[in-house]
Unconditional design. Structure first.
Length: 143
């Protein structure tokens, strides 16, 4: 039995648009990570970056289910003693919803050069407009 493996030079990349309005943040991030990694393709190869470009619009209208808006914390550390900062998910979604979506997608990608390459093809926008109309992106429905 033979398998067809994708080569880096033969990968054809498409553009997809995901609308996060009214959808859970994590569910949108799962679909975006799958598209960025290329797992939806027939010729998916684990060691080749064969994913597509993903545009996520309306990140400010994504929802958090349950009590995540009050209980979930985003932490960052400056490196100094006592330099840990915490932000509640509710405040993060009000002020920097695109960053919250980026952190969710980044956590679902591999922690190596393949994952970092996939993250460069992710484009996030708070509103419903995006400047990538020339690439003719296709709408991807969240299942």
């Amino acid at each position: 039995m033979s398998s067809t493996l994708a080569k880096k030079e033969t990968v054809e990349r498409k553009w997809y648009v995901l609308d996060a309005a009214g959808k859970p943040l994590g569910r949108t991030a799962v679909v975006a990570a799958k598209l960025l990694r290329g797992k939806h393709k027939v010729d998916f190869t684990p060691n080749v970056d064969c994913g597509d470009y993903v545009i996520i619009i309306n990140t400010d209208k994504a929802v958090l289910t349950g009590r995540k808006s009050e209980q979930k914390l985003y932490r960052r550390v400056s490196g100094w003693i006592g330099g840990m900062k915490e932000t509640k998910a509710r405040i993060m979604m009000e002020t920097r919803s695109d960053h919250a979506m980026e952190l969710a997608v980044k956590g679902m990608l591999p922690k190596n050069t393949l994952g970092r390459g996939c993250l460069t093809r992710l484009h996030l926008y708070k509103g419903g407009e995006h400047p990538h109309a020339a690439q003719k992106p296709e709408a991807w429905t969240l299942d």
